[in-house]
Design a protein around this ligand. Structure first.
Ligand SMILES: [Zn+2]
Length: 118
């Protein structure tokens, strides 16, 4: 469970935090407040985890040892879990979340239209 930025109690499930975004925020089980992890922070974690995994593969090939590759992978996975636990949730209003969700849909619709037209 993660601390809710509204009621300051552990009301946010870990997987909800993980998949939260402005358009799809996590809901607190205690107060019903909405919150999300900043996409810049989530993106940074994703990039760093990917780099760590690539380094793990590289080291595995270089040393010709699956053990080195595997420990690198475990390190990357451990970093990812740790980074997600560190990530703080930002409170968001229901109206803002709905607006962000609509914006996401608008962008998705426009990109589909463009791909059809081009
Ligand atoms: Zn709450």
């Amino acid at each position: 469970m993660n601390t809710c930025p509204h009621c300051r109690q552990a009301g946010i499930k870990s997987w909800e935090k993980r998949f939260s975004s402005r358009g799809n925020p996590a809901t607190c089980t205690l107060c019903g407040g909405l919150s999300h992890v900043l996409s810049s922070a989530a993106g940074g974690t994703f990039v760093l985890t990917s780099i760590l995994m690539m380094v793990a593969i590289f080291v595995g090939f270089l040393t010709n040892s699956w053990l080195a590759g595997l420990s690198g992978y475990l390190l990357a996975a451990a970093y990812n879990v740790w980074a997600w636990q560190r990530e703080t949730l930002s409170p968001i209003l229901k109206e803002h979340a709905q607006a962000a969700n609509r914006a996401n849909w608008a962008v998705a619709t426009i990109s589909v239209l463009i791909s059809f037209l081009s």
